[in-house]
Design a protein around this ligand. Structure first.
Ligand SMILES: Cc1cc2nc3c(=O)[nH]c(=O)nc-3n(C[C@H](O)[C@H](O)[C@H](O)COP(=O)(O)O)c2cc1C
Length: 336
C-alpha cells in the first residue's frame, strides 16, 4: 500500500475521516479507524470557549491512543484567542492542530470565523501565524472551502497564503460557503489548490465509494482523500476505499454484519459517554437508523430507532428485524 506523509504522519494513502461536529465523536472515530480510516480530526472546538475554560470545549479535545493519528480543530477569528487556545490544546497532545476556515453555520461565520475567513485573508494569515508560533513543533493545518460564494472563489490563492505563513497541509472541501452542503462539490478547485501549493493537499467533498475515491485521486492529484457523510452507518467505506486503492475486490457487509456493527457502535457510544444510558441513547439513535438506510424495512426501522431509550431496546429491535429478515429469506418473500 502506498503511503503519504501529512503533517508529520505517514499513513496509507486511503482516506481520512472528516471532522463532523455532533457525529464524528470518540466512538465514531474509533470505529472508523478500526475500519481503516487512516487519520481523523476531532469536532470543531471554539477557541474562545477553550480560553474561557468551557468544560464542553475541553471534553472535545480528549484523544484516546487508538484514534491516533488525530488532529484537533479550532475555530475562531481573534488572534489572541487562537494563540491561547493553541497553547491550551497542547497538553492533549494532538498530532496536529487544524484551523477551521470552512464552517458555514451562521453562529460561526457571524463572528468572522469558519468560512467567513476566506473573505478576510489578511486576518486568516494572522491567525495561522499566531497558531504556528504557539504550536511549537506541532504542525498546524487548515481546512477550507473553495471560497465564500460562486463570485469569489479564491481557493488556490487563499491556500498559497496559508502555505506562506506556515500551514503544514491544506484540506479543501469543494464547495463555497453559500452552497453549504448542497449541489455538487467542485473537485477542479481541489486540483487548482494542489497545483498552487507544495504542502500536502487533502481533497474532500462527496466521496461515497471506492471508485469515487480513486476518481478524486486521479482528477485532483490530491495527496489524500477525506470522507464525511458517506460514512454515516457505513464505516466500511474505508475498507471499500482501501480495496479500490490496492486493486482488491471489496465485499460489502450483509445485513446481519451491518446490524451487529450497529450494536457494537452503540456499545462504544455508551462506553465513551459520561452521560446516563438514556441520554447517551439519544446520541446513538441517529447512528442506529443510518445502518439500514436504503434497505428493505428501513422506514419502520428508522421510526423505532428514533425512539430507542436503552441498549436492550436496540438489541430487541435488531433481533426482531433479523428474525423477520431470515424468515423472508427462507420463504423467498419480500421484506415489507
Ligand atoms: C454534521 C456535520 C458536521 C460537520 N462538522 C465539521 C467540523 O466540525 N469541522 C469541519 O472542518 N468540518 C465539518 N463538517 C464538514 C465535513 O468535514 C466535510 O467537509 C463535508 O461534510 C464534506 O465532505 P463529505 O461530502 O464527504 O461529507 C461537518 C459536516 C457535517 C455534515
Amino acid at each position: 500500500m502506498k503511503t503519504v506523509t501529512i503533517a508529520g504522519q505517514t499513513v496509507p494513502q486511503t482516506a481520512a475521516l472528516a471532522p463532523m461536529a455532533s457525529v464524528a465523536d470518540t466512538a465514531y472515530r474509533l470505529l472508523c479507524r478500526e475500519h481503516g480510516a487512516c487519520m481523523c480530526t476531532g469536532e470543531l472546538v471554539s477557541a474562545k470557549g477553550l480560553c474561557y475554560g468551557s468544560r464542553g470545549s475541553a471534553e472535545l479535545c480528549r484523544i484516546t491512543p487508538e484514534e491516533r493519528p488525530m488532529g484537533l480543530q479550532l475555530f475562531g477569528s481573534e488572534p489572541e484567542f487562537i494563540e491561547e487556545a493553541v497553547r491550551r490544546l497542547l497538553p492533549f497532545q494532538p498530532d496536529w492542530i487544524d484551523l477551521n476556515m470552512g464552517c458555514p453555520v451562521p453562529k460561526v461565520v457571524n463572528q468572522g470565523a469558519g468560512s467567513a475567513l476566506m473573505k478576510t485573508p489578511v486576518l486568516a494569515e494572522e491567525l495561522m501565524k499566531r497558531a504556528v508560533s504557539a504550536a511549537g513543533n506541532v504542525p498546524v493545518t487548515v481546512k477550507m472551502r473553495t471560497g465564500w460564494d460562486p463570485e469569489s472563489v479564491n481557493a488556490a490563492e487563499f491556500a498559497k497564503r496559508m502555505e506562506a505563513v506556515g500551514a503544514a497541509a491544506i484540506t479543501v472541501h469543494g464547495r463555497t460557503r453559500t452552497q453549504f452542503y448542497s449541489g455538487k462539490a467542485d473537485w477542479s478547485q481541489i486540483a487548482a489548490v494542489k497545483a498552487a501549493v507544495s504542502v500536502p493537499v487533502i481533497g474532500n467533498g462527496d466521496v461515497d465509494s471506492g471508485e469515487h475515491a480513486l476518481r478524486m485521486y486521479r482528477e485532483t492529484g490530491c495527496d489524500l482523500v477525506m470522507a464525511g457523510r458517506a460514512t454515516y452507518g457505513n464505516p466500511w467505506l474505508f475498507e471499500e476505499i482501501a480495496c479500490a486503492v490496492s486493486g482488491e475486490k471489496y465485499e460489502a457487509p450483509d445485513v446481519r454484519t451491518r446490524l451487529n456493527e450497529m450494536l457494537r457502535h452503540i456499545r462504544m457510544i455508551l462506553a465513551h459517554s459520561d452521560k446516563s444510558e438514556m441520554l447517551a441513547m439519544r446520541e446513538a439513535r441517529k447512528h442506529a437508523l443510518w445502518y439500514l438506510r436504503g434497505r428493505p424495512g428501513a422506514a419502520a426501522f428508522r421510526a423505532r430507532s428514533a425512539a430507542l431509550q436503552s441498549y436492550a431496546e436496540a438489541e430487541q429491535l435488531v433481533r426482531e428485524y433479523l428474525d423477520r429478515f431470515s424468515s423472508c429469506e427462507e420463504t423467498g418473500a419480500a421484506y415489507e
